[in-house]
Design a protein around this ligand. Structure first.
Ligand code: ARG
Length: 470
């Protein structure tokens, strides 16, 4: 603990230590160090430094020889990191200082010029943004894969009937494909939200330096373009203090997790023997250590369980930011761990959901059985009365209520009621009802735009493929 005391009078070892007489205490070094998590930014930070150095040379701020040495040194460092030969320690705080210190070690004075006209403030904002951009590209691919697995299953189940629920009470017959396509739509919106965020975050902070810009004749448009951005951020103060890109992506990630969690919840319910709508694939279920009969939906439960973790990352970072005066404050270093954690978990959940859907076994007969039980064609009886028997909808609703009551009392499904029995309930009911009121007819009759009739679902699948899988 008292290292700082014993080291009194020893010149500080850190890169920024010129004005300090003593080294910082060990405990200070541990709270300050972000290296153990921000080393994930290494390759992006090196890319950034290479282009910064190219720009310094192009602008005649450093020489050809110096740039050459810097490029070679940075390549060497990249290799060391990939080969796990690079030495990390608390002493050098973060990835930016590690790379710079090693560069100086490798190439001497030229290395000391790399930090000309930049600061760690614009550096961290830039390399973090670059990292986020790449991650978003992989998230987009994972979303597409999940959409594809849903569409593939949908194609197999256009005519599979299951009870659609409201309030988790059987409501109306629907096509399983139609149900699965609802998730494709949700994921589609997720995708467009990410694409939209990507456009906004594609402005480069580099060159804002500490907060006020620099007196060196730099070319921010050059570095922005070389690093894959549309252009430089407009305001240097905003450039180093903006973490909207973190918040935006975390809020998008939270919405995706909400969608995955609802899917997971349905999987848990559907896999429960009371429903038995699905059998979980062996590859995505677990057994119990004590109850040999069990097949547990752990994969789905973990997706559901991780949702809080991802959405809390948004609260974490927004709460950290909300009281910060402009421009950079060290609080902002706390943006990375929750972000990394959220993105890692989002990605694993998307992959697991894809695997689950791909290998899911749908128990078509159990779905049909429940559809037959729950009086779910009651709305069709009411619609029939309106269309064929000229009964106003409110009256039709009340007559159908009586039909259901009658069926319940006599332990009948609706298709077992005879015409005589119908007539006793209301004499306006005609014979046609017996042929019209079936699950299949009910499903086929709902052919409005965006509805569940197989003919519409077929069209929806075609459209979904061209919208999302191209
Ligand atoms: N590790 C820091 C972070 O992640 C880098 C920026 C440090 N800047 C500074 N002025 N201390 O935010």
């Amino acid at each position: 603990m008292n290292k700082s005391k014993s080291k009194k009078n020893k010149q500080t070892s850190s890169i920024w230590g010129g004005r300090f007489k003593n080294d910082s205490s060990q405990i200070m070094k541990s709270i300050n160090a972000s290296i153990w998590f921000d080393k994930r930014l290494a390759s992006h930070d090196i890319m950034l430094s290479k282009e910064h150095s190219n720009m310094l040379y192009k602008q005649e701020i450093i020489s050809y020889r110096e740039n050459n040495k810097i490029q070679k040194g940075l390549n060497q460092i990249k290799k060391e990191i990939i080969e796990e030969k690079f030495h990390f320690s608390d002493e050098l705080e973060d990835i930016h200082m590690h790379i710079e210190a090693r560069l100086i070690e490798l190439i001497g004075d030229a290395g000391k010029k790399l930090h000309t006209a930049r600061s760690r403030n614009d550096q961290v904002a830039t390399s973090f943004k670059m990292w986020v951009k790449d991650e978003l590209d992989s998230v987009l691919i994972l979303i597409k894969n999940l959409q594809e697995s849903l569409i593939v299953q949908a194609e197999l189940h256009i005519d599979t009937i299951l009870p659609g629920f409201t309030h988790l009470q059987p409501a109306q017959p629907i096509s399983l494909a139609h149900h699965l396509l609802a998730y494709v739509e949700m994921l589609g919106r997720d995708k467009t939200r990410i694409e939209d965020a990507k456009k906004r975050l594609n402005k480069c902070p580099l060159g804002a330096a500490a907060l006020a810009g620099t007196s060196f004749p730099i070319d921010r448009f050059y570095t922005a373009k070389a690093l894959g951005f549309d252009g430089p951020m407009e305001n240097s103060i905003d450039a180093v203090s903006d973490r909207d890109f973190v918040l935006e992506v975390l809020s998008n990630a939270s919405i995706i997790m909400v969608h995955l969690s609802r899917l997971a919840e349905e999987i848990v319910i559907w896999a429960s023997p009371g429903f038995n709508f699905i059998t979980l694939p062996d590859s995505f279920s677990t057994g119990s250590s004590i109850m040999p009969q069990k097949r547990n939906p752990d994969a789905a439960e973990l997706i559901r369980g991780k949702t809080g973790r991802v959405s809390s990352a948004f609260y974490n970072v927004s709460t950290m930011l909300k009281g910060l005066p402009l421009a950079y404050s060290k609080d902002m270093q706390e943006d990375k761990e929750p972000f990394f954690d959220a993105i890692d978990n989002l990605k694993i959940c998307l992959s697991v959901a894809e695997g689950l859907i791909k290998e899911m076994i749908f128990n078509v007969s159990s779905m049909k059985k429940m559809a037959e039980l729950g009086y779910i064609i009651a709305t069709d009886i009411a619609d029939f009365l309106v269309k064929e028997c000229n009964v106003p909808f409110r009256d039709a609703h009340s007559i159908t209520g009586k039909v259901v009551k009658y069926a319940e009392k006599n332990n009948l499904t609706l298709d077992r009621i005879t015409l005589d029995q119908y007539k006793k309930i209301d004499k306006r009911i005609t014979g046609n009802i017996l042929t019209v009121i079936t699950l299949k007819n009910s499903l086929e009759s709902r052919n409005s735009y965006g509805a569940t009739a197989p003919i519409m679902v077929k069209k929806a699948i075609k459209k979904a493929k061209s919208r999302w899988l191209k």
